[in-house]
Design a protein around this ligand. Structure first.
Ligand code: ZN
Length: 117
């Protein structure tokens, strides 16, 4: 895992690239070029937050989990991994797509996203 300073450096480098690609910002819609840039920067921050949550969830759940690590929320028995499903979730930064495993319990004949601990 990267340190906070390493992540800040990565963001700084990425921001430099974005700033160069954005070029001149017109302030017509927002009153001033700075206000327009502030709005755009906030949108980019929101998009980055949502994308980070989506990718973290996908990476974490695409590693197939051993059956013994999950159990049915009803009977506590083992579940069989059925599929990974995507679900849109509203966050304070916008909508993000979470990936979660769906397990099937043969005893209860039910499928659900079990909590994995
Ligand atoms: Zn069950």
């Amino acid at each position: 895992m990267k340190t906070k300073a390493e992540i800040e450096e990565k963001i700084r480098v990425f921001s430099l690239e974005l700033a160069a690609e954005l070029g001149e910002i017109s302030g017509e819609e927002h009153g001033s070029p700075f206000a327009a840039l502030e709005m755009l920067a906030a949108e980019i921050g929101d998009q980055l937050s949502c994308e980070l949550l989506t990718q973290q969830s996908r990476m974490k759940n695409e590693m197939r989990l051993p059956e013994s690590e999950c159990c049915c929320p009803k009977c506590n028995g083992p579940g069989e991994l059925k599929r990974l499903r995507q679900r849109d979730v509203q966050t304070i930064r916008g909508t993000t797509e979470l990936t979660e495993p769906e397990y099937h319990c043969q005893q209860c004949r039910r499928s659900s996203p079990y909590s994995i601990n």
